[in-house]
Ligand binder design. Structure first.
Ligand code: GDP
Ligand code: MG
Length: 440
């Protein structure tokens, strides 16, 4: 029969079983190679694989995808999760001037990124922005920033020869305050390698300027090396975020994962070219796709997951429409619905079902679900199949047996009652046909 066939969907799913450890380990070998090829630092890759393996073993495999594909999706989701939120806003709404200090190695793209961010803040966020170069090491570094300022229409602090970085920072602060700038960007000097003199200089500058943001600028192409750099900087100054430059090159983005793991700070922007508008917000999903190089597989599994959801919803709807819905089903269904985004979503699609949606939603937080489960477990099979058997005495027994109250039991029964009413309405509406159409 129809319901047998639909039941078979679940059986087949169960038949495919859970991801076993051998499947997961085999897939992880491939994932590890992908991570290393994408320049994720070795210890970061190792940690990540361990975490994901643990998460993946035991997960159900969707039909129409292979266990390997399923693992890729799990890895992708874990990557996105670990890369952090789509969060590119800078914290510049503080007492002006909000200081944004740029730090990083020489050639990482600090000066370029300073000007890009300045342009963005003045155009997009309508801030009054000034930039100052504290780079007294590299010849013409201050002039380089002045040129970018002219190009982007952003003010730069006038150059005074012979001043040290801390003095320039003080002068910049003063000028920004006097002239009413909202944001002051400080472009610091880099070094070819991390050294203590550089760190001391940065700390001194931070002390006189109390930055709202300290952004570490890292070249995405430096790969494995980037981790050591990030570690040194993170240990010495209070970084608030990371900017990855040269994401337009053939970097596969592994540095993003490493940076995030090592600094614990969000990636705020990605530089995607030399031009002043080549600055993008950070999109973890895109970067995850780039790291894994498995965008196709991920969307395949996503589609498979959607199909299963729709099939589960349809099977449930059919069962309900047939009136075969006792308290056993209620328990199973609520667990399933939680996963699917809720019967609330289903019920709210049907006219006059808003109340139901609310009732189910209320039952869907974990605690309520556990209570519900306990109550139904305390009933006899007969009571579960025929809730009207539950008289006052039986209700007390169920409440005692489940550590709940008679009121809780009544609430559960009311919820079941409302579902029964919903089913009657569905049948009047033409039931299955109409409901089925919702999932067409
Ligand atoms: P700094 O020494 O850290 O200040 O680095 P610069 O800002 O002077 O940048 C060094 C070089 O990298 C310059 O030629 C920039 O144009 C280039 N650059 C910076 N960011 C990017 C980027 O996102 N993509 C590309 N392709 N080049 C960049
Ligand atoms: Mg520079």
């Amino acid at each position: 029969s129809l319901s047998d066939r639909l039941g078979g969907v679940f059986d087949r799913l169960r038949g495919r079983g859970a991801l076993n450890e051998a499947d997961v380990r085999a897939a992880m070998r491939e994932v590890r190679i992908a991570l290393l090829e994408a320049d994720v630092a070795l210890p970061v890759a190792r940690d990540f694989i361990d975490k994901v393996t643990e998460k993946a073993v035991g997960q159900q495999v969707l039909k129409s995808v292979t266990p390997g594909q399923q693992v890729v999706k799990i890895v992708n989701d874990a990557l996105v999760d670990m890369l952090g939120a789509d969060e590119s806003e800078l914290n510049v709404d503080v007492t002006p001037p909000a200081v944004v200090m740029m730090v990083g190695l020489q050639g990482s793209g600090k000066t370029t990124t300073t000007a890009k961010i300045a342009k963005r803040l003045s155009e997009k966020n309508r801030k009054k922005v000034m930039m100052a170069s504290l780079d007294v090491n590299r010849p013409a570094a201050q002039e380089q920033l002045a040129v970018l300022g002219t190009q982007t229409g952003v003010a730069t602090l006038p150059i005074v020869a012979g001043q040290q970085p801390v003095d320039i920072a003080r002068r910049a602060m003063q000028a920004a305050k006097l002239q009413g700038y909202d944001v002051l960007l400080l472009d610091t000097a880099g070094r070819l390698h991390v050294d203590q003199a550089l760190m001391d200089e940065m700390k001194a500058v931070a002390e006189v300027s109390t930055p709202a943001e300290i952004l570490l600028v890292v070249d995405a192409l430096t790969g494995q090396d980037a981790v050591n750099v990030a570690q040194s900087f993170a240990g010495q100054v209070d970084l608030t975020g990371v900017v990855l430059t040269r994401m337009d090159g053939d970097a596969r983005g592994g540095a993003a994962l490493s940076m995030r793991a090592v600094t614990g700070k969000p990636i705020k922007f990605a530089g995607v070219g030399e031009g002043m508008d080549k600055l993008e917000g950070f999109h973890p999903d895109r970067v995850a796709g780039r790291i894994l190089g498995m965008g196709d597989v991920v969307s395949l599994v996503e589609r498979a997951a959607e199909t299963v959801q729709a099939e589960e919803a349809e099977a449930m709807a059919r069962k309900m429409a047939k009136g075969q819905f006792d308290l056993n089903d209620l328990r199973t269904q609520i667990a399933q619905m939680q996963r699917m985004g809720g019967l609330g979503a289903l019920a709210s699609m049907l006219p006059g079902m808003k109340k139901m949606a609310g009732a189910v939603k209320a039952a869907q937080d974990d605690k309520a679900l556990t209570r519900l489960d306990a109550m139904i477990s305390s009933m006899t099979p007969k009571e579960r199949a025929k809730p009207e058997l539950l008289n006052a005495k039986r209700k007390i027994r169920v409440a005692n047996g489940s550590g709940t109250t008679v009121q809780d039991v009544n609430r559960l029964l009311k919820m079941h009652q409302e579902m029964a009413t919903m089913m009657k309405k569905l049948r009047k509406m033409g039931g299955l046909g109409k409901l089925g159409a919702l999932f067409g």
